[in-house]
Design a protein around this ligand. Sequence first.
Ligand code: S3P
Length: 168
Amino acid sequence: MIFSRVYLIGYMGSGKSTIGKKLSRKLGFGFIDLDGYVEEHYGKSIPSIFEEEGEQRFRELEKKYLSEVSQLENVIISTGGGTPCFFGNMDMMNRSGVTIYLKMSVAALANRLENARTQRPLLTGLTREGLKDFIKEALQKREPFYNQAHYLISGENADVDELMALIS
Ligand code: S3P
C-alpha cells in the first residue's frame, strides 16, 4: 500500500463518516471526522463557532486542523462538505493522500438532510423546497473542487469493498 491517508470528500449528508468508519476498520487505520476534531480541539460545537464567530473564522479553523491531521499516518479522514473549497485545501489533500469524492444527487441529498438540519448551521431555516435549491446551487459551486478528487464513487450505495478495491 503506497498511501497512508485517505480523505473522503463530498456534500453534507453524502455518508462520508459512515463509509469512512467502515473503511478504517477494514484497513486497520484510524478514523478522524474533521468536524469532530475541530470541536474537540477548539472546544466549541460547529453551530456555536458559526453563530459566535462566523463562517470565515470556521473556515480558518477548519484549515488549521486539516493541516494538523494531514500529518497523521494511517488514517481515514472524513472532511466537512466545504473543506475542499477553501484556501487550497483540495490541492493539499491531493498531495498528501488519496482523495475520494462521494457523489450524490440533489434529490438524495435533500432526502438525507431533511431531518439532519439542526446540527448544520448552513441549512437551518430552509423549507424542503428551499433545501433542494440551496443544495443545487451549492453543488454547482463546489463540484469544480470535488471533481478534482483522485476517485469518484456513488454515495448512494457506497460499498466498502468497492472502496477497498479502488485504493489498494
Ligand atoms: C459544512 C459542512 C459540515 C460542517 C459545517 C459546514 C459545509 O460538515 O463542516 O457545518 O460547508 O458544507 P458535514 O459535511 O460533515 O456535514
